[in-house]
Design a binder for this molecule. Structure first.
Ligand code: NDP
Ligand code: DGY
Length: 321
């Protein structure tokens, strides 16, 4: 069977595929995204596709693959880059990588929250450029978690892991919103509240929901206008959950205190983007799951998902849709 892989992936995954001896792998052998034309060519006649969140898997790609295609395995937990309705229509199975990246992503979210709220990037720059003249009582003050209210939008696997890590910092109230209340929220004394309540009462708003038609553009002008002027906004889900023009206005006008983003639209964010001119906006290059071990395990899981899809057996992590 023929398999196309859209990028260099950690060796752990490649090894599993080559040792299985059930497929002939062709690889876009680069760290950069596969050009669209190469993707369409590479996938032709493939039985399996191993893709990344940066590859748009739409009708055109599915048509190019043709009727052989049995399985798509994405090296991500997010699946907003794939046309799920079309995939379902064609009876193609989908594998993804939940759980194995939860800890790494939650850890990065906490790091980004602290870096943003306590102004670490600004401090580092001041040390290097001579702006550090002496200890000053009013200089580089930020916001602390102790006694605060934290609001998590989307208390899923990662949202819950973030909440667990933040609670020991002395968080007083942990609010969350989503489509339904979750019994497991009791572990972090989570209070299920309407989104408006979360937005207006939180000192830290953390977005960890999936990108769906309902969450696209959720964080907009109206949303930011309800936040406290002293509030910190953190997004490690997907860039499109945020209206970035509205976020820029909220940050530059002092409507909210600061923002930390691990995800943006587009990715990469152009270096002349207005958000990058703001001292109170910390932007990271989508590194939530980027630990060596996590990426290795993601590669293993996506290789095993692919093999199961090719062989028609149970997948370790199959997306049910
Ligand atoms: P889960 O499916 O466990 O959680 C998704 C959450 O989204 C659920 O809690 C769900 O809550 C919530 N949600 C869905 N629809 C809505 C809605 N309309 N309003 C509010 N909340 C909603 O996924 P994970 O926690 O594993 O991953 C979450 C996302 O994080 C991924 O989809 C991906 O986009 C992103 N991610 C980013 C990474 C990075 O590197 N920055 C790394 C890994 C993931 P409910 O069902 O209660 O509505
Ligand atoms: C995902 O898995 O969806 C992340 O965005 C990358 O790990």
């Amino acid at each position: 069977m023929k398999v196309f892989i859209t990028r260099r992936i950690p060796q752990e995954g490649m090894k599993i595929l080559s040792q299985a001896g059930v497929c002939k792998v062709s690889l876009w052998d680069s760290d950069e995204p596969v050009p669209r034309a190469e993707l369409l060519k590479g996938v032709e006649g493939a039985h399996g596709l191993l893709c990344l969140l940066s590859d748009k898997i739409d009708t055109e790609v599915l048509d190019a693959a043709g009727p052989n295609l049995k399985v798509i395995s994405t090296l991500s937990v997010g699946f907003d880059h794939m046309a799920m309705d079309e995939i379902k229509k064609r009876g193609v199975r989908v594998g993804y990588t939940p759980d194995v990246l939860t800890d790494a992503t939650a850890e990065l979210t906490v790091a980004l929250l602290l870096a943003t709220a306590r102004r670490l990037p600004e401090g580092v720059v001041e040390v290097k450029n001579g702006g550090w003249s002496t200890w000053k009582p009013l200089w580089l003050c930020g916001y602390g978690l102790s006694g605060s209210t934290v609001g998590v939008i989307g208390l899923g696997r990662i949202g819950m892991a973030i909440a667990r890590r933040l609670k020991p910092f002395g968080v007083k109230r942990l609010l969350y919103s989503g489509r339904t209340a979750r019994s497991y929220a009791a572990e972090v004394d989570g209070e299920y509240v309407p989104l408006d309540t979360l937005v207006s009462e939180s000192d830290f708003v953390v977005v960890s929901c999936a990108l769906t038609p309902e969450t696209q553009g959720l964080c907009n002008k109206d949303f930011f206008s309800k936040m406290k002027n002293s509030a910190v906004f953190i997004n490690t889900s997907r860039g499109a959950v945020v209206n970035q023009e509205d976020l820029y206005q909220a940050l530059s006008s002092g409507q909210i205190a600061c923002a930390g983003l691990d995800v943006t639209t587009p990715e990469p964010l152009p270096t002349d983007h207005p958000l990058l001119t703001l001292k109170n906006c910390v932007v990271l290059p989508h590194i939530g799951s980027a630990t060596y071990s996590t990426r290795g395990i993601m590669a293993e899981l996506s290789a095993n998902n692919l093999l199961a899809g090719l062989q028609g057996t149970d997948m370790p992590s199959e997306l049910k849709f």
